[in-house]
Design a binder for this molecule. Structure first.
Ligand SMILES: NC(=O)c1ccc[n+]([C@@H]2O[C@H](COP(=O)([O-])OP(=O)(O)OC[C@H]3O[C@@H](n4cnc5c(N)ncnc54)[C@H](OP(=O)(O)O)[C@@H]3O)[C@@H](O)[C@H]2O)c1
Length: 285
């Protein structure tokens, strides 16, 4: 373990897969890591292993399929740390569900849209004050090359549902959010980028989707850590990477009107608009 660098990172979905490797590698290089997932047994074991090796970690449990839990997680992070130098929105579910059936979140939203996108949207907004406190800081959104334009007439995919479409629209939504947020945060010292970590890594998600792994988890972790820590990316924001190479996302990501539409919908679905306007109102007083 490297000696502590005084910085703290939250990695959502770090009880398994690529997030777990990223958490361990950040801890080994001196970061304090907040490990997150649903599974308390695995989460506590990962935090304990990091501490046994001389690092610093704390596990925070939350099921991101309920917005109330996302808000609770934001509160727990604020309790756990005075500073957040890095937020990696990595938790996600793949395209394979039970019998390919449409699933919904605790709030009644299409499940992949809720977990893969809306949860990170809310968590990031709620943690922005903490992230901005000690800028420079970074936000990394773990998206995918699998992207599909959002049909605003049926965002919740009530017609012609399929898991792959659900996954892909949630992954494009993350990139649209990344570009928007980068514009909002310009000049603040907080940067935000998105990436496809690697193709079909050897993880639970890939196995559950019935796919054969073609990349290692380490390869995906390298790409995430590049966005999280590389000196070459200081000050660069609003970008999409395929692995470690800057790339273009689906065309809808660059459509400002579509992004505005998604943002308005997301604020409405999460109830954040009221909270943000109240904060703006208070800051004007
Ligand atoms: N695997 C690939 O080839 C690939 C390719 C492109 C992009 N990605 C993206 O990379 C990210 C990580 O994927 P992975 O392959 O490492 O997946 P994974 O091994 O299945 O791990 C997923 C992580 O997300 C957490 N998670 C899932 N649903 C959750 C929920 N409702 N609430 C809280 N946590 C939840 C899991 O926690 P639990 O321990 O509670 O289950 C786990 O820690 C995802 O965003 C995925 O879309 C992966």
């Amino acid at each position: 373990m490297a000696k502590p660098n005084g910085k703290t990172a939250l990695i959502t979905g770090s009880t398994d897969g690529v997030g777990r490797v990223v958490a361990k590698r950040l801890a080994a290089s001196g970061w304090r890591v907040l490990v997150h997932g649903r599974d308390r047994g695995r989460g506590e074991a990962i935090a304990a292993a990091i501490k046994d090796a001389g690092g610093d970690a704390q596990f925070l449990a939350a099921d991101l399929s309920a917005l109330a839990e996302v808000r609770r997680l934001a509160g727990a992070v604020q309790q756990a740390t005075q500073r957040l130098d890095l937020l990696i929105n990595n938790a996600g579910i793949g395209s394979g569900g039970p019998q390919g059936a449409r699933q919904t979140s605790a709030d009644g939203y299409e499940l992949r849209f809720a977990v893969n996108y809306l949860a990170g949207f809310v968590l990031t907004h709620l943690l922005l004050p903490l992230i901005g406190n000690n800028a420079p800081a970074r936000i990394v959104n773990v998206s995918s090359l699998g992207q599909q334009p959002i049909d605003f007439a049926d965002v919740m995919l009530t017609h012609g549902y399929n898991g792959s479409r659900a996954y892909r629209q949630s992954k494009l939504a993350q990139i649209m959010f990344t570009i928007d947020l980068a514009q909002e945060l310009a000049g603040s010292g907080v940067t935000v980028n998105a990436l496809h970590p690697a193709t079909y890594m050897n993880t639970t998600m890939v196995h559950q989707s019935g796919l054969t792994p073609v990349s290692s988890v380490e390869q995906g972790a390298d790409a995430i850590l590049n966005l999280a820590t590389s000196a070459a990316l200081v000050g660069r924001s609003g970008l999409f990477f395929n692995g470690q190479r800057e790339a273009r996302a689906d065309a809808q990501a660059y459509d400002a009107a579509a992004r505005q539409r998604l943002k308005a919908l997301s604020l409405e679905l999460t109830g954040l608009s009221a909270k943000i306007s109240a904060a703006e109102e208070q800051s004007r007083r």
